[in-house]
Ligand binder design. Structure first.
Ligand code: FAD
Length: 308
């Protein structure tokens, strides 16, 4: 019996507990969050970007934040992204940016979110950069895609989004997104979703993942293959070689702190590989999803606790 979905649900439920959140925010960085987060400031994050670039690894920078419920904080998030884009341009590092729409107020004010994302994507266009809109849980899937389509209608092509292979709807979404030449990142999916929306079996998610990537690549769409799963990466290498798909037509993506030596190896083999580098003070929800993905990460935190 595969216990992984139960482990994941368990960790995500515990992590939502208020007392656990409070305690984690006090000591979490010391207990292991710093393995997955590049630091709390932009300067620290840019230092990490420079180092990764030197090793042949591209970067997408994520200023951490999600589930924002105040206009003031949403506007601060916007400012942080404008500063981030200026920092990338000033330091001439090879990085773009990823963000979440609930960080910009999507859970309470859609108009505000639309205004903010427009400002950020316009700034990215001005600085020759690209914005990736991460995909969150299913209450936000429709709104995220609608906002993405709106940006494209407004003439921005320096923006992409993410499709989650665990959702039944993704195959249909991809067909529509192909029509507008969307630049997509394919992921397995990181949230706790009910079986009405998502495949409960991991093997079905993996099959759907390959199906979606194959569909996009064969249609000639630039695709970001975001996974640390060696079976998926090996399959993608073989699939692209067999179909004569040039390495400039796709990139691999992995998270900062996960399988770093493999990221370097892919770069050495001549593949484009982009590392997702989060930074900032709101690291807790991001960190708990990383723990939920892998029991070994929980063990890593426990070991750090025992060492202290
Ligand atoms: C660049 C990037 C961007 C992403 N953006 C989104 C997004 O917008 N929306 C969303 O829902 N999800 C996103 N995700 C998360 C994604 O949905 C998965 O939860 C995550 O990538 C784990 O799935 P996997 O494909 O690596 O395969 P899995 O089957 O989960 O893992 C395969 C193997 O990779 C290793 N591994 C995986 N995760 C970890 C980890 N955290 N720590 C250590 N080892 C690990 C383990 O050895 C594991 O056995 C993103 C992932 C990446 C890499």
């Amino acid at each position: 019996m595969d216990l992984t979905p139960h482990y994941r649900k368990f960790v995500l439920s515990i992590a939502a507990n208020q007392a656990v959140t409070k305690l984690a925010l006090k000591v979490g960085m010391k207990l292991g969050a710093s393995r997955f987060v590049a630091g709390e400031s932009l300067e620290q994050a840019l230092e990490v970007v420079r180092d990764l670039n030197r090793r042949g690894i591209l970067v997408t920078l994520d200023y951490l934040g999600e589930g924002v419920f105040s206009e003031q904080v949403a506007r601060e998030m916007c400012e942080a992204y404008l500063t981030l884009l200026e920092g990338i341009q000033r330091e001439r590092v090879n990085a773009n940016a990823s963000l979440k729409l609930t960080q910009m107020g999507l859970s309470f004010d859609r108009k505000l979110t639309e205004e903010i994302i427009h400002t950020i994507v316009a700034k990215a266009a001005e600085t020759n950069n690209f914005i990736r809109i991460d995909m969150e849980d299913t209450p936000y899937t429709d709104a995220t895609l609608e906002i993405y389509y709106d940006l494209r209608k407004q003439g921005f092509d320096n923006v992409g989004t993410v499709i989650q292979a665990y959702l039944y709807r993704s195959e249909k979404d991809i067909e529509a997104l192909k029509q507008v030449d969307a630049k997509l990142r394919i992921v397995k999916g990181a949230y706790k979703e009910p079986p009405e929306h998502a495949f409960p079996q991991l093997s079905d998610v993996d099959e759907n993942y390959k199906k979606l990537v194959a569909n996009l690549l064969l249609a000639g769409k630039y695709t970001a293959i975001a996974s640390h799963d060696e079976r998926i990466i090996d399959w993608a290498k073989q699939f692209t070689a067999e179909h004569g798909i040039d390495r400039s037509r796709f990139e691999f993506q992995m998270l900062f702190g996960v399988r770093m030596s493999w990221q370097e190896q892919l770069a050495r083999e001549g593949y484009q590989i982009r590392c997702y580098v989060p930074y900032g003070q709101m690291w807790y929800p991001y960190f708990t999803r990383r723990i939920a993905e892998r029991p070994g990460n929980l063990w890593f935190v426990v070991k750090n606790m025992l060492k202290r």
